[in-house]
Every structure is written in C-alpha cells, then in structure tokens.
Ligand binder design. Structure first.
Ligand code: NAG
Length: 264
C-alpha cells in the first residue's frame, strides 16, 4: 500500500503542470525530455548501485548471498509479494485456510482474525511449526486471542467468552444487594464484559490491520449461520480462573470514589 501511494505522489506533479494552452509547445516538449532523461539517469544510478551491491555481496560472501546475508529477503525481492499486489483478494473456506498453517515450507502461512485473512509468512519463525504462535496459523482463532487458551480455542466462535469478564456469583456478597440492585448490576456487568471482549479482540484485529509486516490477503468464506451449527463451548479453564468475586456495595462505592479522585 505504501508503494501505491508513493507512486501516486510521484505522478501527481505532472498533472499540475501549466496547461498546454498557456505555454510554448516546443519548450514543454524539451522540459518533458529533460525530466524524463533525469528519471532515466536516476534509474540508471539506482540500478547500478543495486547491482553493484549484489555483486559486492556475492564477492565478499564467497558466492553465498546477493543480499548481504539477510535472512528474510526484502519484500520486493519476493515473487509472491509482487504477485500478491496484482491478485484479487482471496476467499478461502476454513478447510482451505487450514492448508496454509506453515507445515509446507514452500507455501505461505495465513491466519484469519475475525474473518480477515493475513499473510504472516514473514513471521514463519513464530507462526510456523514449533513457533509459539503456531496455534493461530491456518485458522481463525479469534476466540484464543481473547481467552489466551491457544490450544483449545482455535475458533472464531466468541459465544460465551464474556463470561471471563463477569464477576463470580457469591451468595454472601449477593445478600448485600436488593433484588432490584442485583438485577441492574448484572445487566451492567454483562454490558461491560461484552465491551471488554470486543476491545480485547479489537486490539489484535487492529494489530494485523496496521501491521507493515503482515499483509491482508482476503476474507474467510463462511456459510450463513455457520455459528448455529457449532456446538456451544465452555469457557476454557485458564480464562475461568481469572474471574473474581463480585464486589460488595462498600467496595463498589470506594472504587467509584477512587476513580473520581483519580480523574480530578
Ligand atoms: C468482527 O467482525 C464483525 C463483522 O463481521 C464486526 O461486527 C465486529 O465489530 C468485528 N469485531 C472486531 C473486534 O473488530
């Protein structure tokens, strides 16, 4: 994307040139000649420097590398990077996506988050087999980004995740509230918990969307209502263990006071 915008920027000045009517045609032609020869010169210099760099690297490394031993070739040296810029967005089913989990070293690694597919091949070390984030490769593990249960939650089914942000029911604490207060409280807690799930997932959605390293390649193709056919899953144990007891009215009042003091 950076490239297309810089191309656009480079082109822009030519459209802002004085209109042909007002300037002498011959002079204009010469100007264009000048500017194009300048561009050709610049290209020559860049090409020369590039080739010289490759040649020097080749000589110094004793024929081992043209790119000074860079482990990951720069993006523009990768054929698939160029190809991807001229490719329409991919649409993969979850089964098709599974083939891009990095098991095959000659295939790119894709992952999906909230239905959008990214190419994470530049991160093969962490997304490939044996990597700490390999769980996320070849699937949409949106749930796992939020619960932290990488192995168990390789799914985009977010139903019930809000439970991890809900306070634990406690008979003694509940007794300190009236029935109406408790009802209103539960409503507020549910709303806050859903927002937290959204925020937690959004953090990672934004991470990939803003990444310079990982490129968006397409979207996940899903049948309408796919979620209804999935069995309901329980919140994973690690996420369950993070839950805390509901606060007492006193604790809530103190918390509110602290927040107000902090904000002032
Ligand atoms: C995930 O995608 C749905 C639409 O498919 C959207 O409504 C929701 O806001 C997205 N969630 C995040 C965290 O971006």
């Amino acid at each position: 994307m950076a490239d297309s915008s810089s191309v656009r920027q480079r082109k822009a000045p030519s459209t802002e040139k004085p209109s042909p009517k007002t300037s002498d045609t011959r002079r204009r032609v010469r100007e264009e000649d000048d500017s194009s020869s300048w561009v050709v010169d610049a290209l020559r210099v860049i090409t020369f420097l590039f080739l010289a760099s490759c040649g020097l690297s080749y000589l110094i490394s004793g024929g081992e590398t043209y790119f000074w031993g860079m482990k990951n070739k720069p993006n523009y040296m990768r054929l698939d990077w160029w190809k991807s810029h001229f490719q329409p967005p991919l649409e993969l089913t979850i089964e098709e996506l599974a083939a891009f989990d990095g098991s095959d070293p000659s295939t790119p690694i894709y992952l999906a988050i909230n239905g959008t597919i990214y190419d994470v091949t530049p991160g093969r070390r962490i997304y490939g087999p044996g990597g700490s984030y390999h769980w996320f490769a070849g699937c949409d593990a949106s749930r796992a980004y939020v619960t932290g249960c990488f192995a168990d939650d390789r799914t985009a089914d977010m139903r019930g995740v809000e439970e991890m942000f809900l306070p634990l029911e406690d008979v003694e604490v509940n007794a300190l509230y009236t029935k109406e207060e408790l009802k209103e409280l539960r409503k507020q807690e549910m709303k806050a918990a859903r927002e937290k799930v959204h925020e937690a997932l959004k953090h990672w959605v934004d991470f990939f969307a803003k990444s310079d390293k990982y490129r968006r390649v397409g979207t996940l193709k899903r049948e309408k209502g796919w979620l209804k056919n999935e069995p309901r899953r329980e919140l994973c144990d690690a996420a369950k263990q993070g839950r805390v007891k509901r606060k007492t009215p006193e604790e809530r009042a103190r918390e509110k006071e602290e927040q107000e003091n902090g904000g002032a």
